[in-house]
Design a protein around this ligand. Sequence first.
Ligand SMILES: [Ca+2]
Length: 151
Amino acid sequence: MYTAIVPYSGIDTTNAPNLAWVSVGNGYKYYLRTQLGNYSESRKFCKTVGADLAAVGVRNAEYRRIITKRVIQDKVGNSSAWIGMNDIASEGTWVWIDSRKVIAGESDWAEFQPDDGGGRGQNCGIIASYFQMHWDDVSCGEAVFALCEKS
Ligand SMILES: [Ca+2]
């Protein structure tokens, strides 16, 4: 006899109390959603579990390192994940979901990023596994894990 492992699909708050949130010492807790989703549905998931896509912690260099290691790499190795920033409203103007502007001292773009895909339209930000966990802008419709953050 075996127990079937049923893939978690859709947004279901019944699993919310069982999520293993990770504290990193900055007053916020983190959870990596290891289901692939586009930017908006991934953000919706985070909100459904009382969080939002990560913004505060990842714009601090020290906590970004800790969060990337403990919440992503220690759990699933190098994997890409949505964070809470985009330039949807105005191309080239990157803003955090708490309305703070993305500035150089609080960002970790990979070399030559953000590049908007050379004009193809890349308006959402991820921690990118293929850029050694530095950030890339990609199409908001990509299927990516989600890094959730809650206070
Ligand atoms: Ca890019």
